[in-house]
Design a protein around this ligand. Sequence first.
Ligand code: ADP
Length: 312
Amino acid sequence: MNQLHCQKNAEYYPAERGKTAAPFLENGMIIGVKRSFRVEKMVGGGGFGQIYRAVDLESKLVVAVKVEPKSSESGRIVLELNILVQLAHSSHIPKVYYSGEVGIYNFIIMQLLGSNIADLRKFQRSRSFSVETTSRVGIQCLECLKTIHKLGYIHRDIKPSNICVGIGEHKRVLYIVDFGMARQIRFSDGTFRPERPYASFRGTTRYVSLTAHERKEQGFVDDIWCLFFSLLELVEGLPWKNIVDQDQVCNAKRLMLNNFQSRKMGRNFEMFPQILERTKRIETPDYERLIGILKSSCPSFNELEEFEWDDH
Ligand code: ADP
């Protein structure tokens, strides 16, 4: 695997980032040194990077290219590559095939995925998913988070647009993407990174935990809070969806959690936030119990069934 380089020179920093910027790569362009890939089309963009579909010219495999300017904040893509490689054993993380640089950009070649579930929800006539789909999304994401956390990392930006569906034989598998905001909180010797008295805001306002709103150090459980708010949005919407002000969003979350009830997920799901509230920052969350709650929310749970978006 090639080493990526981080260029901190502001002169290379583009005025616009990610999906709002002009395309970083041209269609038809060939990238790579030891292996060559032909860029075909932009398929996604985030806050920093752009994602293209490309073809491996030797194996003809269709792949995804994630590209970011070398000047990008703290070398996000370098961190991302490092984590993706460590998580190669997880079936819910895209596989990395190659990495390199082209001009002022770093890139990672990885497994091509399908749509993210934020987009898929918007295509639904009801703008929401069934309890079955939501529970399956939750279960697969919890399994994935368990693997990420076992390595000592927290993702810090779990949200529907960072959860993608697989394609072809993997179409019933969900993948977590975008490790650009991840942080290692436990090291391989089992010690924890010291807690800071003040932590800058990290995450996406709509989904972050109260801990993140309060600018406190996040732990494993905070990823699951993001997942909890994401699941609620998928199944029945969030009352703060049109609020931009962070403090107002935080208050709306507090209000909801004071007496949490779910219209569609049933009584058992009310225990989900209660368990999270009792889990301390460096404690290992009880993934199995949370998975059990999601399974009990839908008696017809069947992971072999097609997802409701399969007929698109
Ligand atoms: P950023 O780090 O710039 O925020 P992301 O990694 O979040 O970028 O990717 C942005 C979007 O691109 C995602 O919401 C997703 O829809 C799409 N995407 C990400 N990775 C892949 C992939 N491997 N295959 C296909 N689409 C992807």
